[in-house]
Write a protein that binds this ligand. Structure first.
Ligand SMILES: Nc1ncnc2c1ncn2[C@@H]1O[C@H](COP(=O)(O)OP(=O)(O)OP(=O)(O)O)[C@@H](O)[C@H]1O
Ligand SMILES: [Mg+2]
Length: 241
């Protein structure tokens, strides 16, 4: 069964429409990328899925139920967790306290400690720093904490908004390496990313957004085709959808 199926999604802020035709399908365990220039509406699209931005029309089917119009807390408990742009961790709290906040998103109240242990296993650096204030972690460690906090709710689908933002190339490799391991656990992932090559190397397919529209769908092999990539990204030449 398709895990996420989104059709004709529209959203905006006040009178300004930002998202015109959001659509995406994600199967269980798939990793799908979304790329596009600044202001294309990528974060808005993710926000509508996670319930933080209201969709004015369209449909969002997740795990067999409509989640359009549900609040973010309900959506997390249904198994859809988001790591927003800028991470939004609590810098005054310890690493461990941040992780425990993620537990409020769990469907099952049992198994919480095991979920924390598993996540610590995935990010050993968090074990090292578990009693340290989160604000003292490096940017890469904070990003790992933000992902870890989302994971303790044991989501079926994880949304990541620009996880590489502000990180050095080696740290980006670490963070993206973990995504493959999360996927191996059976969790589906949608990653929004400015760096098209980076996301295309791990995503089964990558949607290109421009001006609130999904304009093209690229496959892994398209990463080698610079002309096609540029055309999709900047809107030169023909669109592919
Ligand atoms: N809370 C908000 N209130 C009003 N307008 C907003 C709000 N958030 C985003 N916008 C506007 O919506 C449009 C799309 O923004 P969005 O953040 O979704 O784009 P994006 O593709 O994620 O961009 P970036 O790559 O810079 O993160 C922009 O024109 C932005 O100014
Ligand atoms: Mg954004």
């Amino acid at each position: 069964m398709t895990l996420l199926s989104v059709r004709d999604l529209q959203a905006g802020y006040g009178k300004v429409q930002v998202l015109f035709n959001g659509h995406i399908d994600v199967e269980p365990g798939e990793l799908v990328g979304i790329v596009g220039p600044n202001g294309a509406g990528k974060s808005t699209f993710l926000g509508t899925l996670a319930g933080s931005v209201r969709a004015s029309s369209g449909s969002i089917e997740f795990d067999g139920a409509s989640i359009k119009g549900r609040n973010p807390e309900d959506i997390v408990r249904l198994g859809l967790a988001m790591v927003p742009e800028g991470r939004a961790i609590f810098t005054d709290l310890t690493v461990n306290e941040n992780l425990r906040l993620g537990l409020t998103g769990r469907r099952e109240k049992s198994g919480a400690q095991q979920a924390v242990d598993e996540v610590m296993d995935l990010f050993p650096v968090l074990t090292t720093h578990k009693n340290h204030q989160a604000g003292l972690l490096s940017g890469g460690q904070q990003q790992q904490l933000a992902i870890a906090r989302a994971l303790v709710s044991e989501p079926k689908l994880l949304l990541l908004d620009e996880p590489s933002l502000g990180l050095s190339p080696t740290v980006i490799q670490d963070v993206f390496g973990v995504l493959a391991r999360i996927q191996e656990r059976g969790t589906a992932i949608i990653v929004v990313e400015q760096r098209a090559h980076l996301v295309m190397s791990i995503a089964v397919r990558t949607l290109v957004m421009r001006e609130g529209h999904i304009r093209a769908t690229l496959s892994q092999s398209d990463a080698q085709d610079e002309a096609k990539l540029a055309a999709a990204y900047f809107g030169t030449g023909e669109d592919r959808e």
